[in-house]
Design a protein around this ligand. Structure first.
Ligand SMILES: [Mn+2]
Length: 312
């Protein structure tokens, strides 16, 4: 069966510790388990201290069939950041503005130009979503129609080719919307004049939401993911971009959401997020999946971030 691992963001020491804790051992440059396989939820790069090591470990496992992986928004962003607009060869498809440079800075610092190209080649091979026997994995949001749009665009234009990335970075293009939904998750506009500050200090007018639940019973505070108690305790608009995930669907695992809690738990019986903010003094988190249809709080396995509590 499968051990599903959340966002790593360059924290290679924690990754090796977690793999060891899960019973994987390195042989011939690849971590393996005699009977199990890892599934990575994406976001290997940016932020942490050992990004090339994370890519090397994860890539070897995927190429040796010891793991599978989906693409995270950071891998997608890196591909667009390093690809020129096919119609304007001096312009990158993801602008090199200060916010984007800052997000990608550690990756650029730590890779040689040649090794970064090699890493980008691997990112192009990562699927947007995985559907296996009795479970689903995606970086942010399970939406069948959006996944189909991405997969058919890959068939038509080539995997993350310049033509693919051009459409995927064109605001309001169906491929742009599909990538936003699957890799970044649907977001809800805050009421006029209200903002939140994210973990990177960016002021945002939109919040990430519990897309897998209907907005009916939610307030701004509780519909936000993670929960933000400083948001209004009043109802959210009923036209919020929800993708309610039915109770009888197979379990789905996501990363992406920077959960702050120190005791991991499913978000609902068939939905779990495995991003517990290892890049922000939190934990690297895995779930040991053995085919159950109702996820258990006892199957999460974590290791603390090595830079936990140092305030940096
Ligand atoms: Mn992430």
């Amino acid at each position: 069966m499968y051990d599903i691992i959340g966002d790593i963001h360059g924290h290679a020491d924690e990754l090796v510790e977690l793999l060891t804790k899960l019973g994987y051992a390195e042989s011939a440059g690849c971590f393996r388990h005699p009977t199990r396989q890892v599934i990575f939820c994406g976001d290997f790069i940016d932020r942490g201290p050992h990004i090339p090591d994370v890519v090397r470990v994860a890539r070897a496992m995927v190429e040796e069939d010891a793991a599978q992986a989906v693409m995270g928004n950071h891998e997608f962003n890196a591909l667009a950041y390093h690809t020129f607009d096919p119609d304007s060869p001096d312009t990158y498809l993801r602008p090199h503005n200060s916010q984007n440079r800052k997000q990608h800075h550690q990756t650029q610092e730590q890779f040689s130009a040649e090794d970064l190209l090699h890493a980008l080649e691997w990112f192009r091979t990562l699927p947007a979503a995985l559907e296996l026997d009795g479970l689903r994995i995606v970086h942010a949001c399970w939406n069948r129609a959006a996944i189909n749009v991405i997969n058919s665009s890959i068939d038509e234009l080539g995997p993350y080719s310049a033509d693919f990335l051009k459409l995927a970075t064109q605001k309001q293009h169906p491929l742009f919307n599909a990538i936003e939904c699957v890799m970044k998750g649907p977001e809800l506009n805050l009421p006029e004049g209200m903002t939140v500050t994210d973990k990177e200090g960016n002021v945002r007018k939109r919040i990430r939401i519990r897309w897998f639940e209907s907005p009916d019973q939610h307030t701004w505070a509780t519909y936000s993911l993670p929960v933000k108690t400083n948001l209004p305790h009043t109802g959210v608009p009923q036209n919020a971009p929800a993708m309610p995930y039915a109770d009888d669907e197979p379990p789905v695992f996501v990363g992406h959401y920077w959960l702050p809690e120190t005791s991991p738990a499913p978000l609902k019986p068939n939905v779990a997020c495995l991003d517990y903010s290892v890049a922000k003094h939190g934990m690297l988190c895995a779930y040991r999946f053995d085919g159950e249809t109702s996820l258990s709080v006892n199957r999460f396995v974590t290791v603390d971030s090595r830079d936990r509590g140092d305030g940096s």
